[in-house]
Design a protein around this ligand. Structure first.
Ligand SMILES: C[S@@+](CC[C@H](N)C(=O)[O-])C[C@H]1O[C@@H](n2cnc3c(N)ncnc32)[C@H](O)[C@@H]1O
Length: 325
């Protein structure tokens, strides 16, 4: 797979050497452990990096043995696009440990996975780079790629965690070829979320402390509170109550098929995810649809599902010069 790289800062061309990328102004970007690095060593995604390296297999379908990631990706892409993934150039932005990388590669796509955090290490351990898979550590809003190279840009579970979601959407759209597709989702505001006081208060504290410490504390919270969630695992009312009075995220309601062991792993992972993210933007379905429309896309569809709202749209041939970030 051939990708055209560019200096994410000056936007001029870059040449790949053995251990670094060299820019026209002789600046260097290190390639460490085979992964090119275009971000500061410490950044706002550090807690995510730790989380994905610790739980690098937890949400992979091949590990859980349930097609949860596949079903979500299929729904987001739509049946037509999903069935034609083979040979497509796909950018997966905010790849994490690779729950969607796995499905994309299994279906024959040529995948470029980027993440701002050390999650790229987990992704590489799970799905080593080869002629069909490239990995880079980069910020979506400062990508090291020439624009309009990808047939499909996928960004799931990510936009709400970036500093400026609208800017993120534009940067993603810049990477799509005319005639290509962008697939995205976003958290939505809900009254239920605003009543989850234990989570809101815990996050207020945890996102301000060192990732290592926050990781230990979320583990402790799960140990204490998950057994309470488990008592009424089949009762929707009990689960709704637990969501409000404990800071723990559990999946007894949404994915009852998961074993006790997996319930615990998913709770540890997503409680940490939920309580330590630096940015958590909320939107509405109407606003999100408008944001996708504002990119000048065609065939825009938006629906409520997954983490809140999901949507996709196609970049028409003639707007390639309109979007400028
Ligand atoms: C909740 S995780 C989702 C990971 C993966 N998409 C999944 O669903 O398993 C959000 C990911 O977005 C990444 N992220 C946040 N801001 C980013 C940015 N500006 N550029 C690239 N990645 C970013 C985080 O490092 C993290 O791995």
């Amino acid at each position: 797979m051939k990708i055209l790289w560019k200096d994410p800062n000056s936007c001029s061309a870059m040449i790949k050497k053995k251990n670094f990328f060299l820019t026209e102004s002789n600046d260097k970007y290190e390639i460490k452990n085979k992964i090119p690095r275009f971000v500061d060593k410490k950044n706002y995604t550090d807690a995510f990096g730790m989380q994905w390296n610790y739980f690098r297999k937890t949400q992979l379908d091949s590990y859980s043995k349930f097609p949860l990631s596949e079903q979500r990706l299929k729904r987001c892409l739509g049946d037509n696009l999903f069935s034609t993934l083979k040979g497509k150039l796909v950018l997966e932005a905010g790849c994490g440990a690779g729950r969607f990388t796995e499905i994309l590669l299994d279906n024959g796509a040529n995948v470029t996975s980027i993440d701002m955090s050390d999650a790229v290490e987990a992704n590489q351990k799970n799905f080593p780079q080869d002629e069909n898979h490239i990995i880079a550590q980069a910020d979506i809003c400062k990508l090291p790629f020439m624009k309009e190279q990808f047939d499909i840009v996928i960004c799931l579970g990510v936009i709400q965690h970036t500093q400026y979601p609208e800017q993120t959407l534009k940067a993603l759209c810049n990477q799509v070829k005319p005639g290509g597709w962008i697939i995205v989702d976003h958290y939505v505001f809900s009254w239920s979320y605003s009543t989850q006081i234990a989570k809101i208060l815990s996050r207020f504290v945890l996102k301000r402390i060192r990732p290592e410490k926050a990781f230990l504390i979320t583990g402790y919270l799960v140990k204490v509170f998950l057994p309470l969630h488990r008592i009424g695992r089949r009762s929707k009312i009990w689960q709704a109550l637990m969501r409000r009075v404990t800071p723990v995220v559990s999946y007894y309601n949404d994915f009852p098929e998961l074993s006790d062991e997996l319930q615990k792993e998913w709770a540890l992972l997503d409680t940490h995810d939920n309580l330590t993210d630096c940015y958590k933007h909320l939107t509405t379905k109407k606003k999100f649809k408008q944001s996708i429309h504002n990119l000048g896309l065609q065939g825009v569809k938006c629906w409520s599902a997954g983490i809140g709202v999901e949507g996709r749209g196609m970049k028409p041939i003639d707007i390639s010069n309109i979007i400028n970030v």
